[in-house]
Every structure is written in C-alpha cells, then in structure tokens.
Design a protein around this ligand. Structure first.
Ligand code: HEM
Length: 145
C-alpha cells in the first residue's frame, strides 16, 4: 500500500471527529443504513470501524491478519449474517471519501482516487466471502434482518 494513504489515515485520525463525521455522512446517505444501526452502540462501533479501516489498509499488503479479518467481515455482513445489500457499500465508500476530504488538509483528487481504489479492492474481497458457497456467519449479531 502506498504510504500516502496510511499517512492520510493518520491525519484523519488526528482531526477532532473523523469517525463520528463518517457515521453522520453514512447515516444520511441512505435510509436503510440508519435503520441497520438503530440498536448499535455508536461509541463502540467507532472503535470497531477504526480497526476495520486499518485492516482494509493492511489487506493491500496481503497481511494474513487483514485477510482473515476481511473474510470474517464478509461473512458477518453477507447473506449468512446481516445480509447487507452489496449496493450499500457504495454509500460506505462515498461517506468515507467525504470524511477524508473534510478531515485531511492534504487530501486532493489524486489521493482520494487512491483511497477509493484501495477501499474498493477490500470491499470486493469482503463481498466475495459473503457470497462464496458454504459461507456462514460466525454467530448472530444485532442489526440482523
Ligand atoms: C468495507 C466496509 C465495511 C467495513 C470495514 C465494516 C466493518 C464493520 C465492523 C468491524 C463491524 C463490527 C462487527 C464485526 O466485526 O463483524 C461492523 C458491524 C456492522 N456493520 Fe459494517 N462494515 C462495512 C460496511 C458496512 C455497510 C455497507 C453496512 C450497511 C449498512 C454495514 C453495517 C453494519 C452493521 C449494521 C453492523 C452491526 C452493528 C451492531 O453490532 O449493532 N457495514 N462493520
């Protein structure tokens, strides 16, 4: 993974409310998103997202922990789990990119393009896990159905 995305992520995390702003944008992006999170403790969720984003970035380097984590997320989010419609991932990426734009003072079109391409590679891997034959969720989670 190019270091510039990692450094951009670092700058975003230094901004006062990067993760909170992401969820604000994500919830406003599509009515089904806020519906899915209505029972969620958003404080805990922000920490989970921060870790999830690190794993998305590490996935680009083929780190085994990141591959295993995205496999698991693919199952929990996929048809055998919460059954998140794959179409909602577009809103996730768009919200993330908007939050990066607002929180990273050095963000420009080229950097945003690399962020987007990187996230899309992780997402397509995640979505494949969820739909792979025999894929099953690793335990029931709230927000299901
Ligand atoms: C690549 C994109 C995404 C990443 C990295 C991600 C990451 C995570 C993580 C780390 C969790 C914590 C639970 C777990 O580890 O399984 C989680 C839960 C969840 N995610 Fe995602 N997610 C993504 C996309 C989405 C999308 C598009 C939706 C659509 C609404 C969504 C809805 C949820 C819901 C409803 C939960 C459960 C919240 C709860 O426990 O109440 N996620 N996600």
């Amino acid at each position: 993974l190019s270091n510039d995305i990692r450094e951009s992520f670092g700058r975003c995390l230094m901004a006062p409310n990067f993760l909170g702003r992401f969820y604000e944008l994500f919830f406003a992006s599509h009515p089904e998103v806020i519906e899915r999170f209505r029972h969620t403790d958003m404080r805990a969720q922000q920490a989970l997202l921060r870790n999830g984003l690190s794993m998305m970035l590490m996935f680009e380097d083929g780190k085994p922990i990141a591959v295993a984590t995205l496999e698991r997320l693919g199952r929990t989010h996929g048809p055998g789990g919460m059954a998140i419609p794959p179409a909602l991932y577009r809103y996730w990426v768009d919200s993330l990119l908007q939050a990066v734009r607002e929180c990273d003072p050095k963000a420009d079109a080229a950097l945003e393009g690399r962020w987007r391409a990187s996230m899309e590679r992780g997402i397509s891997f995640m979505v494949q896990q969820g739909t792979a034959p025999g894929a099953a969720a690793g335990g029931g989670r709230r927000g299901q159905g």
